[in-house]
Design a protein around this ligand. Structure first.
Ligand code: PGA
Length: 261
């Protein structure tokens, strides 16, 4: 089944407003010259809250989709320091990353909290990139599949097939994030296939086949094509390598044919 290829950047806590504007101007120019093969790829950029408005404005009349990196599960209220989907949307966000491993581990976000956020985002017509992935310890203990299955099922709990169309899944092994260690294409493919099987058990084969599943964790121009050549890898979620427009553009422009099969 032909699924869209989605390349998403996640800036994390990087870039001020002026740096954002500068980056987007450069990226837009680079994207205009994409090779024919790369023109159909979807390009998402997840920026800090403070950069959202400027990023969305700067990205107008381009194919670039701007989003946020987190949100609160309530619509409004006494939650000092938090941000709601309504605020994100009005600032120009078209999607939000939820359940990133840094949110899960540093800020103790559980899958049930991620589930509440996800439901709220979808209710507000905000697309979501839902992240799941095991830690090194969990992998070494042989619990990878169980951990990912649990995260997947509890984060998506209560969603129907129609909701799933608004969700992109990102499999990001925690041990590969920001460490320079990428999962081998084979390891990643195995987990992507596993995620699709889990989805299929609950939401059926069609919904599982339609789900876009990105890989994330030390993605760079040198390993993109090899990862994306795998049958169940439909895109990448890129942290560090999305901070430089030239480098990010190389990832978007990857060429599958350079990988030997
Ligand atoms: P990285 O981050 O590409 O810097 O490893 C990926 C992510 O956290 O989404």
């Amino acid at each position: 089944m032909e699924r869209p290829c989605v390349i998403a950047g996640n800036w994390k806590m990087h870039k001020t407003v002026s740096e954002t504007v500068d980056f987007i101007d450069q990226l837009k120019a680079l994207l205009e010259d994409l090779s024919e093969r790369a023109k159909c790829r979807e390009v998402y950029l997840s920026v800090p809250y403070t950069s959202l408005y400027a990023a969305a404005k700067q990205a107008r009349r381009s194919a670039l989709l701007i989003g946020a990196q987190n949100m609160h599960e309530e619509e409004e209220g006494a939650f000092t320091g938090e941000i709601s989907y309504k605020m994100l949307k009005e600032a120009g966000a078209q999607f939000v990353i939820l359940g990133h491993s840094e949110r899960r581990s540093i800020f103790q976000e559980s899958s049930s909290l991620v589930n509440k956020k996800l439901k709220k985002a979808l209710e507000g017509q905000l697309k979501a990139i839902l992240c799941v992935g095991e830690s090194l310890e969990q992998r070494e203990e042989g619990r990878t599949e169980q951990v990912v299955k649990d995260q997947l099922l509890s984060s998506l709990e209560g969603l129907d097939r129609k909701d799933l169309k608004q969700v992109i899944l990102a499999y990001e092994p925690v041990w590969a994030i920001g460490t320079g260690k990428t999962a081998t294409p084979c390891q990643a493919q195995q987990m992507h296939k596993f995620c699709r099987e889990v989805l299929s058990e609950v939401w059926g084969e069609k919904a599982a086949a339609e789900m876009i599943i990105q890989y994330g964790g030390s993605v760079k121009p040198e390993n993109t094509a090899e990862l994306l050549k795998q049958e169940d890898i439909d895109g990448v979620l890129v942290g560090g390598a999305s901070l430089d427009p030239q480098v990010f553009h190389l990832i978007v422009n990857f060429d599958r044919s350079v990988v030997e099969s």
